[in-house]
Design a protein around this ligand. Structure first.
Ligand SMILES: [Zn+2]
Length: 87
């Protein structure tokens, strides 16, 4: 049992090292909110007003995606993590 717990903790530890990247949401993509509308005619104008942008945060190991609304300022700072979308 102890051994199992140890490996569990190690697992958590290693997942702490963040290895992920961002992919910007394209304006012509369907909006992440599930409205069925394109991003540009759904949440995009609102994000523009607030200088924000929707990005997918993608885990490099598991490939899991998470939608994040990030400020453009922060995105610029983390530009090395931003990969352009593969369309
Ligand atoms: Zn939307």
């Amino acid at each position: 049992m102890k051994k199992l717990l140890d490996s569990f903790l190690t697992f958590f530890k290693s997942s702490d090292e963040e290895s992920f990247y961002y992919v910007k949401m394209e304006r012509n993509e369907k909006c992440y909110c599930g409205s069925g509308k394109k991003y540009k005619s759904c949440h995009y104008p609102d994000h523009q007003k607030k200088s924000k942008l929707a990005v997918r945060k993608i885990d490099e190991i598991t490939g899991e995606e998470e939608i994040k609304i990030m400020s453009i300022k922060k995105l610029r700072k983390e530009h090395s993590l931003v990969k352009s979308s593969v369309h």
